[in-house]
Design a protein around this ligand. Structure first.
Ligand code: G3H
Ligand code: 13P
Ligand code: ZN
Length: 339
């Protein structure tokens, strides 16, 4: 039953020129779509749950869906991860719920407060065998609202909000976190670039130099496939100018610059929504949820399969399990007790 932390995955990914996909889950169909694709491609995966997902789906339901995935695919290395945890209490709750990895996101806070919050989370996680991701720097999209920035201000002064390489080294040393989410020009959601769609690759390279060996994480990394944007717009939706991160830039970041985890949510939402819209528009008398959620789930399978090629992660499952066994990593305490 390879439910594991990200350690065996990142050990291999850092030098191996690939990254593990971290996909957001909110319900059964999304989870099934992701896991089916990863099983077909023999790829390790991270299933991540936001605070909003916990509230929407009820943690107990989500946990059992993920347990079912672990049982259904016993050879697939799977991590359960908290996405954008904002308080120590939420981190503690997730550790108790059997998560193998948590993110504490103190990025909207002043540096010293972010250090304090992240160091405490790292300590709490490590005591229970859970790995901890933190974040430094400001992403555009949803996070610009957290810190009260307008999109205009962010776009104009983006350099200022990118992760500072020297600060990253100090942050890592003082917090002891296991991985770091960095701001390099990505943003959450479906509208990522007003002008040139470009990542600050030079900045990732500098961070890699100041923090050698630290697994880096890219949030806001959906590529917003035009195929699904077009379907949404064709069938009654309204998503003008939706734009994601070019896939060649993601591929470059994961193959050359220490990026070990890539977060994807928007592309899954888009695939599901596009297909549901298509069914509703082309078969107006359809009202069996299986007949619209099913095609949506299929579109997620297709999207994730493609993504695994971009991340160069297909076929890496077996090596990750070998590394997991080599490390002799125990199951997190709560999970071991309850299984
Ligand atoms: O980064 C945010 C993720 O896309 C999760 O979004 O908080 O709406 O679940 P959510
Ligand atoms: P996207 O909105 O680009 O899918 O990013 C998701 C994310 O970063 C979740 O933490
Ligand atoms: Zn994110």
């Amino acid at each position: 039953m390879p439910l594991m932390t990200t350690k065996p995955m990142f050990d291999l990914a850092y030098d191996g020129g690939f990254a593990v996909g971290a996909f957001n889950v909110n319900n059964m169909e999304i989870t099934q779509g992701i896991v089916t694709a990863c099983a077909a491609e023999k790829a390790p995966l991270i299933l991540q749950i936001s605070k909003g997902a916990r509230k929407y789906a009820n943690m107990r339901f989500l946990k059992h869906i993920i347990d079912a995935a672990v049982e259904e695919y016993p050879d697939l290395p799977i991590v359960i991860h908290l996405d954008h945890g904002d308080t120590g209490d939420l981190v503690e709750a997730c550790i108790k719920d059997g998560f193998t990895s948590v993110m504490i996101d103190g990025s909207p806070l002043p540096f010293e407060e972010n250090v304090k919050l992240s160091a405490a989370a790292a300590k709490a996680g490590h005591q229970k065998g859970v790995v901890v991701e933190a974040e430094l720097g400001v992403l555009g999209g949803i996070e610009e609202h957290v810190v009260g920035l307008g999109a205009e201000e962010y776009q104009k002064n983006v350099e200022k909000y990118l992760t500072d390489p020297r600060q990253a080294a100090e942050f890592w040393q003082r917090t002891g976190v296991d991985s770091l989410a960095i701001a390099i020009g990505t943003s959450h959601g479906a509208y990522k670039f007003k002008h040139e769609a470009k990542l600050a690759i030079g900045r990732i390279e500098q961070i890699m130099k100041t923090c050698p060996g630290l697994p880096l994480v890219m949030h806001g990394s959906s590529s917003v496939p035009q195929e699904y944007v077009d379907l949404v717009n064709q069938y009654g939706g309204n998503m003008p100018n939706a734009r994601g991160v070019p896939e060649d830039q993601i591929h470059l970041a994961v193959t050359r610059y220490g990026v070990c985890k890539v977060n994807i949510d928007t592309d899954l939402r888009l695939a599901l929504t596009a297909k549901i819209r298509e069914v509703f528009a082309t078969k107006p008398s359809e009202f069996d949820p299986r007949n619209y959620l099913g095609p949506g789930r299929e579109a997620i399978v297709k999207t994730v399969k493609h993504k695994l090629q971009v991340l160069n992660c297909a076929g890496k499952a077996e090596a990750v399990i070998k590394q997991w066994k080599k490390l002799g990593e125990p199951l997190p305490a709560f999970y071991a007790e309850s299984h």
